[in-house]
Design a binder for this molecule. Sequence first.
Ligand code: PEP
Length: 249
Amino acid sequence: MRTKIVAGNWKMNNDSSATSALLQELKKANQTSNARRIVAPAFTQLAQAVKLLEGTTIEVAAQNMNAATSGAFTGEVSASMLKGVGVATVIIGHSERRSLYNETDVALAEKVAAALSGNMEVIFCFGEELSDRKSGRHFDVVSHQLKTALFEITPDSWKHIILAYEPVWAIGTGETASPEQAQEMHAHIRSLVHQQYGETVTTSLSILYGGSVKPNNAKEIFSQPDVDGGLIGGASLNANDFMAIVNAF
Ligand code: PEP
């Protein structure tokens, strides 16, 4: 059984007072779907968010972590530090981490392994660039990303993996993949995982779509058979928009 999930990646937005205001609104909002709701504030707001959301069903994720457990890594944060403030889910491989901080799939494989051995759940992001799509290489690029970063993990570890397909050309651009484009890629992803790991892993694997999901397009995207929810950037900063997306199932 695949879980429906809507996760909001706040990126480097929302200081302490904005975090408090947005979370108060989300706490009051009416949820009509049964989707898991996850918010991913900046590191500095994680403990605050965990505290504010105590006793609710809204979960908190981090946007990144380091593959090492401790040591001389200035500015970095480990899995156990995240666990220590009550965060059990982490986004790994977001396209901004890949493009701005040169995170490769090989380096991301190490982060995934570290997150799993720290008992964390991973939202693993990947997706092709516009040039890949234009040249028809998008399926190959996505296959390569997945195989390099994830295909060394054990079948059992997939219980702790959520995939987020995010075509880079659709992130923050207002240009969404069409529901058909999202569906064909999600079906491709599911079949790749199936070939490698089989039925048990695949039937319970949630694959989210990310890239300019908004209240006005969420329903159509989420109605695709292989789309299990969304990773939301811009629209997750507004409680009404985020909840409209959560309730779009
Ligand atoms: C994202 O950054 O993961 C994202 C999907 O952003 P947006 O929804 O703003 O395109």
